[in-house]
Design a binder for this molecule. Structure first.
Ligand SMILES: [Zn+2]
Ligand SMILES: [Zn+2]
Length: 141
């Protein structure tokens, strides 16, 4: 019984990430699930997210600047843009030849690449508009 419950909770977690528009934080995912299934705990959702990442069923983006990790239903390689003001994560559909990077990195003697990530940092449109309204633009285009 316990096993079936665990499987169901994992499915729910996967489903929530799959249907979330964009890149949810663990808390976003928890909110979606707990709105329908009150009995699920935050710890369970967090644990399932970690397992799904390990299994390669979902991706994880870890922004810098202390923003919490975001999850991703897209598992194929793609680049991300992170807003350093609000921590939002966006997909960047740019194709690049990762072999160019790999060659450079492997010039470092004996280094083997096991994974890589391409993250652009900047300010999202919403944050820029808010700043424009407040007249507090820190970065202009
Ligand atoms: Zn932003
Ligand atoms: Zn993504």
């Amino acid at each position: 019984m316990k096993e079936r419950r665990n499987t169901m909770q994992k499915e729910l977690t996967y489903d929530a990430v799959l249907h979330y528009p964009g890149h949810p934080s663990a808390d976003d995912v928890y909110k979606v699930i707990s709105s329908r299934y009150k009995s699920i705990s935050k710890a369970t959702v967090y644990r399932n997210l970690a397992t799904l990442c390990e299994e390669g069923k979902i991706g994880r983006v870890i922004p810098t600047d202390g923003w919490e990790a975001r999850f991703d239903h897209r598992t194929e390689e793609h680049a991300h843009a992170v807003c350093t003001f609000c921590g939002n994560v966006f997909d960047v559909d740019v194709s690049y030849d990762k072999n160019i990077f790999s060659k450079a990195v492997c010039m470092e003697d004996g280094f083997i690449i096991t994974s890589h990530e391409l993250i652009f940092e900047g300010i999202c449109r919403d944050c820029r508009e808010k700043e424009k309204e407040n007249g507090t633009e820190r970065i202009k285009d």
